[in-house]
Ligand binder design. Structure first.
Ligand SMILES: NC(=O)c1ccc[n+]([C@@H]2O[C@H](COP(=O)([O-])OP(=O)(O)OC[C@H]3O[C@@H](n4cnc5c(N)ncnc54)[C@H](OP(=O)(O)O)[C@@H]3O)[C@@H](O)[C@H]2O)c1
Length: 280
């Protein structure tokens, strides 16, 4: 029986991953910050473990548990993450650092901790949950995109570096998925009535609401494919929007891509710009 270790299992894509691996008779170590929320996964057959990816002590405890229990982890799914939205100017250093602490340094710390274990076992797989925001930035989503661009870059380097140890690294690149993600975005967002950016953020929120998101289960199926296929791909796009954007990035000149992003996400910005130009 193969074993998968999943971070951020308490909801959304992480929880859907736990369920699909259990359904396929894998041993699952479901980890998360909130042990109460993990209990229902324990009821379904998963081993549960309290883990905040920003806490090195939690990571050390988990690795000690794995070694002491003679568990062989075949696959690590680095899923824990959240979106800190807001304009580049208005997001504070503290908010930006917290974004990177979870999405980048947390992922890196988990990866660093599991590699020696996988190397000793002759190999393994690391699956990192990136995003459509790892392919292109978004107005109001610069820091989140920066964190996912970092995940993309680190994953590619890691794939080349660890090939010699039999470790395979894949990226999952989902477009919008219907999970608790948007709710967390909305609670973190700093909206200020006096902002010089006016309604940019609420326009962004409105236009993303209009996009039909994919399901956490659909995303988990791609994760499972990356974990179980004989020849896993480097990247798995999830949702039609992610596929369309990837194609547009290849074929459109950057200026046209700007036009497309503004039209799609913040149509009011174009009107604001035109009005300001007229006033001048
Ligand atoms: N939903 C989307 O549209 C979308 C699109 C592209 C990529 N993604 C990526 O998919 C991943 C999962 O997001 P989701 O959509 O499933 O959202 P979600 O339902 O909000 O789940 C996020 C998970 O990450 C956990 N988490 C956050 N910070 C953590 C930390 N420091 N340590 C451990 N766990 C932590 C949360 O735990 P708590 O319950 O404790 O908060 C939760 O279990 C994220 O990396 C996200 O960036 C999402």
């Amino acid at each position: 029986m193969k074993t998968v270790l999943i971070t951020g299992s308490t909801s959304g894509i992480g929880e859907a991953c736990v369920k699909i691996f259990l359904k396929n008779s894998w041993k699952v170590i479901a980890t998360g910050r909130n042990i109460k929320k993990l209990e229902r996964l324990n009821g379904l057959g998963a081993d549960i473990f309290k883990l905040d990816v920003t806490k090195q002590a939690d990571i050390n405890n988990l690795i000690t548990h794995i070694v002491n229990s003679n568990i062989k982890v075949d696959v690590l799914v680095n899923n824990a993450g959240y979106g800190q939205f807001g304009t580049v100017e208005e997001i504070t250093d503290e908010q930006a650092r917290a974004q990177f602490d979870t999405n980048v340094f947390g992922l890196a710390a988990m990866t660093r901790a599991i590699i020696p274990h996988m190397r000793d076992n002759g190999g393994g797989r690391i699956i990192n949950i990136s995003s459509l925001a790892g392919l292109t930035s978004l107005p109001g989503g610069g820091w989140y995109a920066a964190s996912k661009f970092a995940v993309e870059a680190l994953s590619d380097a890691l794939r080349w570096e660890t090939k010699q140890f039999g470790i395979k690294v894949s990226l999952i690149e989902p477009g919008p998925i219907n999970t608790g993600f948007a709710e967390v975005v909305n609670t973190n967002i700093s909206v200020d009535d006096t902002s010089p950016y006016g309604s940019l953020i609420s326009d962004l929120t409105q236009s993303t609401k209009g996009i039909k998101g994919g399901t956490a289960e659909g995303c988990a199926r791609k994760v499972y494919r990356a974990a179980s296929s004989r020849f896993p791909r480097n990247r798995y796009l999830v949702t039609g929007l992610a596929i369309v954007v990837k194609i547009l990035l290849y074929i459109l000149p950057p200026k046209l891509m700007d036009f497309f992003i503004i039209k799609m996400f913040i149509p009011a910005l174009e009107i604001n710009c035109k009005t300001k130009m007229k006033k001048k």
